[in-house]
Design a protein. Sequence first.
Length: 103
Amino acid sequence: MAELDIDIQSFDIPRLVTVYPDRAGVRWWTKAWFNNREEGETSVEIEREQAIRFMQDNIEKDAWLEEFFPRQMEVYHNAIEQTKEQLLKQINNSNQQLNCCDL
């Protein structure tokens, strides 16, 4: 059964997010990259105070992504759920095969 130990973290989808100002430091944006895509999502303009909160770690990365990139996070959650379901099916099938052979 030890061979069925699965590190669910290894199935997580990488998410990277950053905040940045314009050259004058007046306007701020946030940008995100999902699943190591090179181009990333379209930047979203944010308030300076929001950028500061994020840079000071006063808001969790996934909460930030949920707020500013909700469609992408919905896709992320669906993909994680599908992966979890597939893993559970594989585990159940493996358990059934093991039980069959124990007879």
